[in-house]
Write a protein that binds this ligand. Sequence first.
Ligand code: BGC
Length: 713
Amino acid sequence: MLTSKQKKHIKSLLSQMTIEEKIGQLNHVAPTVIGAFDVDAMYAKLQSGEISCEQWDALCATATPYKREDMIKKGLVSSYAVVGRQETLRLQKIAVEQSRLGIPIIFSRDVIHGYRTGTPTPLAESCAWNPSLWKQTARMAAQEATSDGVTMTYSPMVDVAKDARWGRIAECAGEDTLLNAMYGKAKVEGYQNGDPSQPSSLAACAKHFAAYGFVEGGRDYNRVQISEERLREEVLPSFKACVDAGVLAIMPSFNDINGIPASVNKWLLTDVLRTEWGFGGLTISDSGAIGECVAHGVCADKKDAAKQALVAGMDMDMSSDSYIAHLKELVESGELDIEYIDRAVENVLRVKAEMGLFDDPYRLSLADENPFGKDEYRQLAKFAAIQSMVLLENDGVLPLKQTDKVAIVGKYADNNEIIKGTWSLDVRNDECVSIASGLVAKNRNCKLFADVNDAAKSDADVVVVVLGEWYLDSGEAASKTDITFSADQQSDLVVALNSGKKVVALLVNGRPMVLGEATKANAVVECWQCGVESGNAVADLLYGDADFSAKLTVTIPNATGECPCYYDRPATGRPASSFYFTSKYIDCSYEHKYCFGYGLSYTQFVYSDIAASKTNDAFVVSAKVTNVGNKSGREIVQCYYGDPVASRTRPVKKLVDFCSVTLASDESQTVSFKVPFDKLGFFVGSKYVVEQGDFVLSIGGNSNSLLQIKVKL
Ligand code: BGC
């Protein structure tokens, strides 16, 4: 909330601003962008062949620092993608002390899962089902990033994604809506820390609004056809949760939604976001996305795109130069009402005020602090990695015995880059602990083998095979038609499996993969890409110094052709079964390989005694959870509901709540969940309805193994 003094300041600024300065406040530049006017002129030369690509690159490189400073002096840069304590301070001083109105700049960065201390990718970390952890790692990222001059992160990414072909599934909290909503809320709270004006608070930007996870065929930047009902039930809630948590910015997505690109989608950016939800922050386009509306075929040229985007409710143009190049002429020719510009500028200035930039533009109190890689940060990164890795199979080979002779193989086994994961711009390879180095440091009976054949012939008792997906093979623009591990790695695996030794398969990948032969190993661990402490976390888990507790937040398919696959699928008239004429593929099991919510630990939990009661506004459902193994352990208890008869087809089950319990061996606890009636409804168009009748509530340790009880509303 702004004070009346801050509000007055914004009004006064607005009244003094020239149209160029106003448009400058709507302009985000990246380091390689050197200002629209020169870009256009040089680009024309490039296109006409007057200059070569190499000359163009050279011009950009040499012109950048001067042009950038010049633009800042003229008040033409509002937000800038650059990091570094000294550099951001230098540029901020130019903005504040040398531009006419002294409006500070936002320094933004993709701080997606840790800044310097890289933590698990979002998909990995979601498997911890732990909002307090999600918040803590966001806080740590904010502390590191702000000390390096960053003031806004383009995170959290809360695109519900159900298709593992889409590389960006690695950037979200998986296939479930509730998990993405809780993850988004926790991240916003962690970054912004309840008061975005504090020097170590990082403004958050929830992205990509909306439905980017539903791109057709899992192909990045592709079209999205989705009903309003599905959009409202599955896609929008995670963004609404971020808005409710006070997120300062929203980034609309690249894709179109039913034919209208999000960047020019008034229904989405104004009617839903502002009018329905009351969002008071800033909308910033995805990189180049406003200009791309020309290629989408809904805008005649960048001028038209600038007009349509601004009118729809897009406040800031990231790197397409459409606003800076065309808004002035649009106003002067009478094609655009200046009020649209004023509206957007006010949103930008308000967010800058909320970020405390007018009062404390230099964040000098952080100047001497250089907390990168603090011990406590490394420990948190390790804890996060431990909580994120999912044990998929174990016949008892794990935990390893201290005396086991262990051979480690695989081309990525000692690779300290792959474990960083996608979007790890500021993580340093030499600060990352590879899987092999973590294991070797843990136990001197672990030995790295360059050739799996040597390992197979050695005296090792256990072969640990690391199977990886290169870290840039998931994330943006990394869609795939084949989500199996590379052929060379698979043949290494087969050698290990045929060696007669025990085999532990460690999977180091960003997206869910098809596991193939790997499931024949004696133990299989989905290690994901868990950041700087990956190797140490694996070592602790494999030797039993820490226990597994993570559970999958995505379904793992048997084959790529099953994608998209997900647990909350709507009921069909012919549910998949062994009967021929049912909804399945004839060349693949009708059950996916591992279901949503699945994960093992070193102990076992048994569920019993489900019971339900009803209050005025909610059902209360409970079950007893008993640790029947001989070790203590943490269990993620999941609560689902189903609506077997409704006026619309409903998902066969839907996660409605979860919690975690830590139980000693033989210990039991009754866990109960309150399920408000208003959580049991669905949309008909834009109208939310809750229908009376029977519901099924269920509790269990994964989405396929549940105790059920029927209740009536
Ligand atoms: C991505 C965004 C990212 C932006 C800025 C885009 O290509 O889609 O997720 O925040 O670049 O780096």
